[in-house]
Design a protein around this ligand. Structure first.
Ligand code: NAG
Ligand code: NAG
Ligand code: NAG
Ligand code: NAG
Length: 461
């Protein structure tokens, strides 16, 4: 089934290359059949490398433009930029040590071989081992320089998160420790969001002004950076009204934009509905979700925030035991947020973390493949309509030999051929969208052509 799809994709791409990106008609379909026959005659199974290169082919360095937002879509140089991406959070720690640096290169190389174009990773490590921020205002950015320059080599853009809600790699708890050590009276980790001293530490997170020593490009001018993320999964349980977190988002989104007006900014939220949207809380995975001080729609209406982020973890939010309920939740959670982004926000939404843990009861790899297909097809359904579904980022992609960092969610491409094929096919589909349509055209103009027929009738993975 999978190889057949790859052949279809390849045939279709050859067809696309033979035709201009204008409307297709009946003679176009005939032409496609001829091209397909010709292609089948001399078609070997292409390696993912070959055909992804064909899609991205010939991109010169001077075509490496910043990602921007137009209405509810991402664009690069006025062409749409739908995202098939991944997370690998630990890149900076591995880059800090010569003996593990190669793993950073490995993951970018493998990701690009299946057409992934965006990686989300930590641009924070507050006061921990191999720290980026050793103490407030004391930095060592060399490892991050390497991550960024390496990503560019493989034409992968980065979403860089600036700190953590959780304790891993420091986060808000470390900021509170630093504040206490400086004699500030702090009683809760949530003081991170309101205390003036801690807010000044956050604002001093100087990576935005850093000049990369390997490329000589200032971070805030570098097209390799897709966007800044204010924080990984902010929650402020001490104020369920959401006001405390809202104020912090307002202040920091404007602050980051004032330092770096060029790049997109997103918050890093998981996407829970809060008090401002009582009619939407039914979509939350559980009743607790509305009490963590976040409020998807209200938070994203803040000035300076360019696109919405949503995470998808049925296995951690609903029940760890795998079942079809997880797939139903995934689809309705995504569709609800896509609708919000269209109706209330007028921005794209990126499903910036989704995955499933192999440690879950009843887990098997075919479930994981089905989950990926569900996410990808929901994105495609939105993008075909010119909707707000801007893309998704798998949690998480690992190269071989990094098992010690695996939390159960790691996908190693070389060990998961079926998963690799699903990822690669989705990349190809998005690459076709991205290369064949201009922003103005939207997908409506493609309704009656074989591209659409192809996308509709070959969703059989
Ligand atoms: C620290 O702040 C708490 C809560 O704001 C307050 O109750 C307490 O008296 C303060 N302690 C000192 C030593 O100022
Ligand atoms: C960066 O600038 C330095 C100093 O001007 C120069 O020696 C070096 O070759 C430059 N590196 C790159 C990659 O352009
Ligand atoms: C994999 O897991 C799913 C969900 O638990 C189940 O429905 C399916 O039958 C399993 N498939 C295999 C091949 O074990
Ligand atoms: C995508 O849309 C098609 C046609 O409307 C529908 O049959 C399919 O179930 C949708 N897939 C997902 C994953 O939403």
């Amino acid at each position: 089934m999978v190889p057949q799809n790859i052949i279809l994709v390849t045939i279709f791409m050859i067809f696309i290359n033979h035709c201009s990106s204008t409307f297709f008609d009946a003679s176009g379909i005939e032409q496609m059949e001829t091209v397909a026959e010709e292609a089948e005659d001399h078609l070997a199974y292409p390696s993912p490398n070959d055909w992804v290169e064909e899609v991205n082919g010939g991109m010169e360095d001077d075509e490496w433009h910043l990602v921007q937002k137009k209405g509810n879509q991402f664009v690069v140089n006025d062409q749409p930029f739908y995202v098939n991406g991944f997370n690998t959070y630990w890149l900076m720690v591995f880059a800090a040590d010569q003996s593990t640096r190669g793993k950073v290169t490995d993951v970018f190389k493998q990701a690009s071989s299946v057409g992934l174009t965006v990686c989300r990773t930590w641009a924070f490590n507050d006061g921990q081992w191999q720290a980026l921020q050793k103490s407030p205002s004391v930095y060592d950015e060399e490892a991050l320089d390497f991550v960024i320059s390496e990503a560019r080599k493989y034409k992968i853009r980065l979403i860089l998160s600036l700190t953590n809600n959780w304790d891993a790699y420091g986060g808000k708890a470390q900021y509170v420790k630093w504040g206490k050590a400086a004699g500030v009276n702090l009683t809760s980790d949530d003081d991170f969001f309101s205390n003036p001293t801690l807010k000044s530490y956050y604002k001093a997170h100087t990576v935005l002004n850093r000049v990369n020593t390997l490329t000589n490009i200032t971070y805030k001018d570098d097209p390799t950076i897709f966007s800044w993320e204010l924080m990984n999964e902010p929650r402020c349980t001490s104020d369920p009204s959401g006001n405390k977190l809202q104020d912090w988002i307002q202040e920091m989104a404007v602050y980051v934009k004032s330092v770096d007006p060029k790049h997109l900014v997103e918050i890093g939220l998981e996407g829970f509905y809060g008090p401002s949207a009582p009619d939407r809380v039914q979509f939350n995975p559980n009743p607790y979700a509305q009490e963590v001080g976040t409020d998807f729609i209200r938070n994203h209406q803040v000035f300076g925030v360019d696109f919405a982020s949503v995470h998808i973890y049925a296995d951690s939010w609903i029940s760890s035991s795998i079942s079809d309920v997880h797939l139903q939740f995934t689809k309705s959670w995504m569709e609800a947020h896509i609708e919000d982004a269209e109706k209330y926000l007028g921005m794209p939404v990126l499903f910036s973390e989704f995955g499933v843990s192999s440690k879950d009861p009843n887990y098997n790899s075919s479930f994981r493949d089905t989950l990926l297909s569900t996410v990808y097809n929901t994105i495609l359904n939105s993008s075909k309509k010119g909707g707000s579904g801007g893309g998704s980022l798998l949690w998480q992609l690992f190269p071989e030999g990094t098992d010690s960092m695996d939390d159960g969610y790691a996908v190693v491409l070389s060990k998961s051929p079926s998963t690799s094929s699903i990822i690669a096919l989705h990349s190809t589909r998005l690459a076709l969208f991205n290369s064949q349509c201009s922003w103005k055209c939207r997908w409506g103009c493609k309704k009656k052509n074989p591209l659409d027929a192809f996308l509709l009738h070959h969703d059989d993975l």
